[in-house]
Design a binder for this molecule. Structure first.
Ligand code: ASP
Length: 323
């Protein structure tokens, strides 16, 4: 059992810049990447799989469902130790979280990518790939859920987010810190996850779940529009501790009265939401209205979880328990 599936979905890690005008576009094939790795004899047990050629802004939840099937087809095999998924960094945390929430196997699954493309000096693709393979090969990685490996750091899919548009050290678990590091050939874990739940959901989604970011002066029009368009669930990236502008409340109330799950998370990148405030639009008002508090999940992850919860036929009370 020592084979590792190397599943390519695209991203900057597989990009080059043919000309300044054209910008960074896909141009490095999985075969070229794997051939480079195979020159290092340590990595001769890789089995490449070309899933897609997508910049990650083109990744959709439907792709994630398909990707999950591909990943499982390898994990189910006794001769595979785990999988590395090569992904664009923009939506990497959403795919990683999707795979984590639906994970059924304890075998390690690592997502990685690159911040610099292959035409740039300091291309980080190979280092990240080698680190990821080392993490899959490390016995202590078993049972840790889906992991994200970039810039020598190991983070948990449920905790991590892309925090910087340019920096190589962009993937951070702001509240919790990394699970561990890759130092030369050593994979060193500092701690276990604090946030991960072993959901094991079926990879089924309901598509019409929307995310709205709140800001000073926002009213309820967007919510009204989405509800009229057939939204099945809403996630609101609320302000601070989990509060919204009071003029949103009539639309939120109507959505809740229609039985729609309305999940509240924060637009602040760290900390969880709580019903601390009692003013109109405050957390207490939202909870009284029937909204679900989404803990410390980011907006995009809370949306993925709600899509999966609805796809797994959870009712409102079960959704409340879930978050
Ligand atoms: N825009 C790129 C993508 O997500 C960024 C990257 O891969 O680093 O595909």
């Amino acid at each position: 059992m020592n084979k590792i599936a190397l599943i390519f979905t695209g991203g900057t890690i597989a990009m080059k810049v043919p000309s300044k005008q054209q910008g960074a576009v896909l141009g490095l094939s999985p075969r070229e990447i794997v051939d480079t790795l195979h020159t290092l004899t340590e990595f001769d047990h890789l089995v490449p799989h070309s899933f897609a050629d997508l910049p990650s802004p083109s990744m959709t939840p439907k792709h994630m469902v398909e990707l999950k099937q591909v990943v499982d087809s390898y994990l189910e095999r006794a001769d595979f130790a785990g999988a590395v998924i090569v992904h664009g960094t923009d939506t990497l945390e959403e795919t990683a979280f999707f795979l984590d929430v639906t994970a059924a196997s304890p075998k390690p699954v690592v997502l990685t990518g690159a911040m610099k493309n292959a035409s740039e000096i300091g291309y980080d693709g190979m280092t990240n790939l080698i680190s990821s393979i080392r993490v899959v090969m490390e016995p202590h990685s078993v049972g840790k859920g889906v992991l994200v490996v970039m810039n020598y750091a190991i983070n948990a899919a449920c905790e991590v987010m892309k925090t910087h548009t340019l920096n190589l050290d962009t993937f951070k678990s702001l509240d919790f810190g990394p699970l561990g590091i890759i130092d030369d050939e050593d994979v060193i874990y500092f701690r276990s996850q604090t946030q991960r739940k072993d959901y094991r959901f079926k990879p089924q989604i309901r598509p019409n779940v929307y995310l709205i970011k709140c800001y000073a002066g926002l009213e309820g029009h967007l919510i009204d529009y989405l509800v009229n368009e057939g939204a099945e669930g809403l996630v609101l990236e609320a302000l601070g501790r989990g509060n919204v502008p009071p003029d949103m409340m009539p639309a939120i109330r109507q959505a809740c009265e229609k039985g729609l799950p309305v999940v509240i998370v924060s637009r602040s990148p760290g900390g969880r939401v709580l019903d601390t405030y009692g003013y109109p639009g405050g957390g207490k008002d939202l909870v009284r209205t029937g909204c679900v508090l989404g803990g410390s999940l980011s907006g995009p992850k809370a949306r993925i979880l709600l899509m999966i919860a609805l796809g797994n036929h959870l009712n409102l009370e079960a959704i409340r328990q879930l978050y």
